[in-house]
Design a binder for this molecule. Structure first.
Ligand code: UD1
Ligand code: MG
Length: 451
């Protein structure tokens, strides 16, 4: 049997005014990814799975994010907010292409899973015209109530249009719907706007399906999966649910989290075997951590790859473009950015390594700084394998330190250093025998010592 084709329409024309932010609502992040990215990540993908996103007039940034995530996606603009059914019809052209299954989801429900999308499609195979995702709401206020009669879903009544008996129903509409793609357009076009808000409600598709003598069913899920985000408080709640999921998945995958609740992960964090993460670590997007690596407390890591058995922190900051080879060691108060540190490199204390390449087994002493920025542009520092950079050195980029070269402590290196050379840049040291004693004597007598 050939797989059924699908079209998923994600409604992302939200105003987001209750977020009190200039950022469109669906671009707010949860676990390092936009709300939209989570939904698109769960939506069917691959061969035969088309995607359309309906955006509002503030569309530019939302369109850009859509294209970044799914270059194959179609986008449509809903200029006037006349309701969820009206929004779906903005993508009429895509629906008319006639996929087997039409799925509709909201861009502000980031906790939805791929498995749920697939579960919604199953009843369509068995002849249902519509499947609606439902959940038992702890507090159903504001949600559409699912009216079920004799085991059949017959209607959805929105809060404002529900009778007081219907308002007591806790089985609510989560917002995700799956239509038989061949009937979808006919069903949605029949939806009117004769409700208290004068909007075209997608939820009225259920009554249309019933009137056509077709079947609508409910697929139930947990409330956690369908939380919609309208406010910053709901955004924080969704973050908490997502973090709990990610920590559990990491633990299940064998990652040692000593205090899981204090570790923040991103949705795309990848782990090898036997990774240990100490308490109070923040991991942003684009991080991979290979087998046996240890991340010590209070480290902050974004867009970085960490090699096998590497050690990071405590108090390390790995910024985007950091790549640590196997067994590399990054110690306390070290910051890296756009830097490749090959296997066995040590940067153990108080350093900034940016726009740099550091060869295998080089040792970077405490307080070493790559001076990568001259106020106008960024420049690269190259440090050869096995090089030794003495403490408190400034490497003024662009500059190359050769393989096996040795930099004396406190040097300001502005010229390239050949392989195996020793470079020292400092004033000669002077010694004045008995000078300290003379100094103390003068000071005790209240006199001013000469320089
Ligand atoms: C909707 C459902 C309700 C359900 C609830 C679940 C309808 C009529 N009601 O109510 O049954 O319980 O979600 O969270 O569908 N949108 C547009 N264009 C519009 C209107 C909405 O794109 O003209 C988008 C919004 O950006 C949002 C989604 O559709 O992503 C839902 O709209 P919203 O106004 O949040 O609907 P609710 O009142 O929450
Ligand atoms: Mg809503």
């Amino acid at each position: 049997m050939t797989a059924r084709s699908s079209l998923t329409i994600v409604l992302a024309a939200g105003e987001g005014t209750r977020m009190r932010s200039s950022l469109p609502k669906v671009l707010h992040p949860v676990a390092g990814q936009s709300l939209l990215a989570h939904v698109l990540g769960a939506a069917p993908n691959g061969a035969g799975a088309a995607l359309a996103v309906v955006v509002g007039p503030e569309r530019r940034a939302v369109e850009d994010e859509t294209r970044r995530l799914r270059p194959d996606a179609l986008t449509y603009v809903q200029c006037e907010r006349l309701g969820t059914a009206h929004a779906v019809l903005a993508a009429r052209e895509a629906i008319a292409r006639g996929a087997d299954d039409l799925l509709v989801a909201f861009g502000d429900t980031p906790l939805i899973s791929a498995a749920t999308f697939e579960r919604m499609r199953a009843p369509l195979k068995n002849g249902a015209a519509l499947a609606v995702l439902g959940f038992q709401a702890e507090d159903p206020t504001g949600y559409g109530r699912l009216l079920v009669e004799g085991g059949r879903l017959v209607a959805i009544h929105e809060q404002a249009d529900a009778s007081s008996a219907e308002r007591a129903i806790k089985l609510c509409n989560a917002g995700v719907m799956a239509f038989d793609g061949r009937r979808a357009l006919e069903i949605i076009e029949k939806i009117g706007n004769g409700n208290s808000k004068g909007e075209y409600y997608l939820t009225d598709a259920v009554a249309v399906v019933r009137d056509l003598g077709l079947e609508a069913v409910v697929i139930e899920t947990s409330e956690d999966e369908v939380r919609g985000i309208n406010t910053k408080a709901q955004l924080a709640e969704a973050e908490a649910v997502m973090q709990a999921r990610l920590r559990k998945a990491a633990l299940d995958a064998g990652v040692t989290l000593i205090a899981p609740d204090t570790v923040y992960l991103a949705a795309d964090t990848s782990f090898g075997n036997d990774v240990t993460i100490e308490p109070f670590v923040v991991i942003g997007p684009g991080v991979s951590i290979a087998d046996g690596a240890v991340i010590h407390s209070f480290s902050h890591i974004v867009q970085a790859s960490i090699g096998k058995n590497a050690s990071v922190g405590p108090y390390a900051r790995l910024r985007p473009g950091t790549s640590l080879g196997d067994g590399a060691r990054i110690g306390n108060f070290v910051e890296t950015k756009a830097a490749t540190l090959e296997a066995g490199v040590k940067v153990n204390h108080l350093s900034y390594i940016g726009d740099a390449h550091v060869g295998a087994n080089a040792n970077i002493g405490a307080g070493t700084i790559t001076c990568n920025y001259d106020g106008f542009g960024k420049h690269k520092t190259e440090i050869g394998k096995g090089a030794f950079v003495g403490t408190n050195s400034s490497l003024v980029a662009p500059v190359k330190i050769g393989n096996g070269a040795y930099i004396g402590s406190g040097s300001v290196i502005t010229k390239d250093v050949p392989d195996d050379a020793l470079a020292v840049e400092r004033s000669p040291q002077t010694i004045r025998e008995g000078g300290a004693a003379r100094y103390r004597e003068l000071k005790t007598k209240g006199k001013t010592p000469k320089a």
